[in-house]
Design a protein around this ligand. Structure first.
Ligand code: FMN
Length: 176
Protein backbone atom coordinates (compact mmCIF):
# COMPACT_ATOMS: atom_id res chain seq x y z
CA UNK A 1 0.00 0.00 0.00
CA UNK A 2 1.38 3.41 -0.87
CA UNK A 3 0.74 6.73 0.88
CA UNK A 4 -2.09 7.71 -1.47
CA UNK A 5 -3.96 4.46 -0.77
CA UNK A 6 -3.42 4.82 2.97
CA UNK A 7 -4.68 8.41 2.87
CA UNK A 8 -7.77 7.31 0.96
CA UNK A 9 -8.46 4.66 3.60
CA UNK A 10 -8.08 7.01 6.57
CA UNK A 11 -10.25 9.61 4.86
CA UNK A 12 -12.90 7.03 4.01
CA UNK A 13 -13.25 5.93 7.65
CA UNK A 14 -15.89 7.93 9.45
CA UNK A 15 -18.26 7.41 12.36
CA UNK A 16 -21.06 5.34 10.87
CA UNK A 17 -24.40 5.71 12.65
CA UNK A 18 -26.68 4.28 9.95
CA UNK A 19 -26.39 0.63 9.02
CA UNK A 20 -27.90 -1.64 6.39
CA UNK A 21 -30.16 -4.37 7.74
CA UNK A 22 -27.57 -7.03 6.95
CA UNK A 23 -25.51 -9.40 9.08
CA UNK A 24 -21.73 -9.16 8.98
CA UNK A 25 -19.92 -12.33 7.94
CA UNK A 26 -17.91 -13.88 10.77
CA UNK A 27 -14.83 -14.06 8.48
CA UNK A 28 -14.92 -10.28 8.00
CA UNK A 29 -15.15 -9.69 11.75
CA UNK A 30 -12.21 -12.04 12.28
CA UNK A 31 -10.21 -10.13 9.67
CA UNK A 32 -10.72 -6.78 11.39
CA UNK A 33 -9.81 -8.34 14.74
CA UNK A 34 -6.70 -9.84 13.18
CA UNK A 35 -5.62 -6.34 12.11
CA UNK A 36 -6.22 -5.17 15.68
CA UNK A 37 -3.97 -7.99 16.91
CA UNK A 38 -0.96 -6.46 15.12
CA UNK A 39 -1.19 -3.11 16.91
CA UNK A 40 1.82 -1.98 18.89
CA UNK A 41 1.47 -1.74 22.67
CA UNK A 42 3.63 -0.61 25.55
CA UNK A 43 6.16 -3.39 26.22
CA UNK A 44 4.16 -5.46 23.76
CA UNK A 45 1.91 -6.45 26.70
CA UNK A 46 -1.20 -6.43 24.44
CA UNK A 47 -3.51 -5.67 27.37
CA UNK A 48 -6.73 -5.97 25.41
CA UNK A 49 -9.64 -8.30 24.84
CA UNK A 50 -12.54 -8.02 22.41
CA UNK A 51 -16.03 -9.32 23.13
CA UNK A 52 -18.00 -9.79 19.91
CA UNK A 53 -21.78 -9.64 20.23
CA UNK A 54 -23.95 -10.76 17.32
CA UNK A 55 -26.82 -12.73 18.88
CA UNK A 56 -30.12 -10.95 19.52
CA UNK A 57 -30.15 -11.49 23.30
CA UNK A 58 -26.59 -10.18 23.73
CA UNK A 59 -27.23 -7.22 21.43
CA UNK A 60 -30.25 -6.30 23.55
CA UNK A 61 -28.10 -6.41 26.67
CA UNK A 62 -25.41 -4.15 25.22
CA UNK A 63 -28.04 -1.76 23.84
CA UNK A 64 -29.18 -1.21 27.44
CA UNK A 65 -25.83 0.46 28.26
CA UNK A 66 -25.99 3.04 25.45
CA UNK A 67 -29.42 4.44 24.69
CA UNK A 68 -29.27 6.32 21.34
CA UNK A 69 -31.65 4.80 18.81
CA UNK A 70 -29.11 4.55 15.97
CA UNK A 71 -27.00 2.14 18.06
CA UNK A 72 -29.84 -0.42 18.01
CA UNK A 73 -29.51 -0.82 14.23
CA UNK A 74 -25.96 -2.17 14.42
CA UNK A 75 -25.96 -5.88 13.52
CA UNK A 76 -22.90 -6.50 15.70
CA UNK A 77 -21.06 -4.76 18.51
CA UNK A 78 -17.46 -5.30 19.54
CA UNK A 79 -16.67 -4.35 23.12
CA UNK A 80 -13.01 -3.42 23.56
CA UNK A 81 -11.72 -4.21 27.03
CA UNK A 82 -8.45 -3.40 28.72
CA UNK A 83 -6.93 -5.78 31.21
CA UNK A 84 -5.48 -3.66 33.99
CA UNK A 85 -3.59 -6.69 35.30
CA UNK A 86 -1.70 -6.82 32.00
CA UNK A 87 -1.12 -3.20 31.01
CA UNK A 88 2.16 -1.31 31.43
CA UNK A 89 2.40 1.38 34.09
CA UNK A 90 5.24 3.88 33.91
CA UNK A 91 7.33 4.71 37.03
CA UNK A 92 5.28 7.87 37.58
CA UNK A 93 2.09 5.76 37.78
CA UNK A 94 0.67 6.40 34.29
CA UNK A 95 -1.20 3.29 33.14
CA UNK A 96 -0.83 3.08 29.34
CA UNK A 97 -3.85 0.86 28.68
CA UNK A 98 -5.88 3.72 27.17
CA UNK A 99 -3.05 4.43 24.73
CA UNK A 100 -2.82 0.76 23.78
CA UNK A 101 -6.55 0.31 23.30
CA UNK A 102 -6.70 3.48 21.19
CA UNK A 103 -4.13 2.10 18.78
CA UNK A 104 -5.63 -1.36 18.47
CA UNK A 105 -9.15 -0.02 17.98
CA UNK A 106 -7.86 2.34 15.31
CA UNK A 107 -6.37 -0.66 13.49
CA UNK A 108 -9.76 -2.34 13.85
CA UNK A 109 -11.76 0.58 12.47
CA UNK A 110 -9.43 1.04 9.50
CA UNK A 111 -9.50 -2.68 8.70
CA UNK A 112 -13.29 -2.53 8.90
CA UNK A 113 -13.30 0.36 6.41
CA UNK A 114 -11.05 -1.64 4.08
CA UNK A 115 -13.61 -4.45 4.35
CA UNK A 116 -16.46 -2.07 3.38
CA UNK A 117 -17.74 -2.07 6.95
CA UNK A 118 -18.66 0.92 9.07
CA UNK A 119 -17.82 1.47 12.73
CA UNK A 120 -18.16 4.15 15.37
CA UNK A 121 -16.27 4.64 18.59
CA UNK A 122 -18.76 4.79 21.46
CA UNK A 123 -17.43 5.81 24.87
CA UNK A 124 -20.44 7.67 26.31
CA UNK A 125 -21.94 4.45 27.64
CA UNK A 126 -22.68 3.25 31.15
CA UNK A 127 -19.44 1.40 31.94
CA UNK A 128 -20.61 0.00 35.28
CA UNK A 129 -23.72 -1.47 33.70
CA UNK A 130 -21.61 -2.86 30.85
CA UNK A 131 -19.41 -4.66 33.38
CA UNK A 132 -22.54 -6.12 34.92
CA UNK A 133 -24.22 -7.30 31.72
CA UNK A 134 -20.99 -8.87 30.46
CA UNK A 135 -20.14 -10.22 33.92
CA UNK A 136 -16.62 -8.82 33.70
CA UNK A 137 -14.03 -9.42 36.40
CA UNK A 138 -12.66 -6.39 38.28
CA UNK A 139 -9.45 -6.08 36.20
CA UNK A 140 -11.30 -5.91 32.85
CA UNK A 141 -12.48 -2.41 31.90
CA UNK A 142 -14.79 -1.83 28.94
CA UNK A 143 -13.30 1.23 27.19
CA UNK A 144 -15.29 1.49 24.00
CA UNK A 145 -18.20 -0.12 22.20
CA UNK A 146 -17.69 -0.50 18.46
CA UNK A 147 -20.93 -1.04 16.55
CA UNK A 148 -20.01 -2.63 13.22
CA UNK A 149 -22.03 -3.27 10.10
CA UNK A 150 -22.52 -2.36 6.46
CA UNK A 151 -22.92 1.42 6.26
CA UNK A 152 -25.97 2.97 4.58
CA UNK A 153 -23.62 5.63 3.21
CA UNK A 154 -20.15 4.26 2.41
CA UNK A 155 -18.44 7.65 2.05
CA UNK A 156 -17.95 10.30 4.73
CA UNK A 157 -19.87 13.51 4.02
CA UNK A 158 -17.29 15.95 5.27
CA UNK A 159 -14.32 15.65 7.55
CA UNK A 160 -14.07 18.59 9.91
CA UNK A 161 -10.45 18.80 10.95
CA UNK A 162 -8.02 21.47 12.03
CA UNK A 163 -5.34 22.21 9.48
CA UNK A 164 -1.73 21.22 9.85
CA UNK A 165 -0.61 24.75 10.74
CA UNK A 166 -2.82 24.68 13.83
CA UNK A 167 -1.77 21.28 15.09
CA UNK A 168 1.94 21.22 14.32
CA UNK A 169 4.84 23.30 15.50
CA UNK A 170 8.41 22.64 14.44
CA UNK A 171 11.56 22.65 16.58
CA UNK A 172 9.63 23.30 19.81
CA UNK A 173 6.13 23.94 21.12
CA UNK A 174 4.53 27.13 19.93
CA UNK A 175 1.18 28.12 21.38
CA UNK A 176 -1.24 28.84 18.52
C1 FMN B 1 -12.64 8.24 22.17
C2 FMN B 1 -13.87 8.50 21.33
C3 FMN B 1 -15.12 8.45 21.90
C4 FMN B 1 -16.27 8.62 21.13
N1 FMN B 1 -17.51 8.43 21.70
C5 FMN B 1 -18.61 8.55 20.93
C6 FMN B 1 -19.90 8.27 21.47
O1 FMN B 1 -20.06 7.92 22.63
N2 FMN B 1 -20.99 8.39 20.64
C7 FMN B 1 -20.86 8.74 19.32
O2 FMN B 1 -21.87 8.81 18.63
N3 FMN B 1 -19.63 9.01 18.79
C8 FMN B 1 -18.53 8.92 19.55
N4 FMN B 1 -17.28 9.13 18.99
C9 FMN B 1 -17.15 9.50 17.57
C10 FMN B 1 -16.70 10.96 17.37
O3 FMN B 1 -17.80 11.81 17.58
C11 FMN B 1 -16.12 11.10 15.95
O4 FMN B 1 -15.00 10.25 15.81
C12 FMN B 1 -15.69 12.52 15.63
O5 FMN B 1 -16.82 13.40 15.63
C13 FMN B 1 -14.99 12.64 14.26
O6 FMN B 1 -15.85 12.16 13.24
P1 FMN B 1 -15.45 10.94 12.29
O7 FMN B 1 -15.18 9.73 13.17
O8 FMN B 1 -16.66 10.74 11.43
O9 FMN B 1 -14.23 11.29 11.52
C14 FMN B 1 -16.14 8.95 19.75
C15 FMN B 1 -14.86 9.01 19.19
C16 FMN B 1 -13.74 8.77 19.95
C17 FMN B 1 -12.38 8.77 19.29
Amino acid sequence: MNYKELKELVEKRYSVRKFEDKKVEKEKILEVLDAARFAPSAHNYQPWHFVVLTEEDMLEKIQSVYEPQWFKAAPAVIVALVDHDKSWTRDDGKDHSDVDIGITVDHLTLAATANDLGTCWVCAFDAEKCKEVLELPENMEPVTLIPIGYPKYPEAKQKIREDLDTMVSWEGYLEK
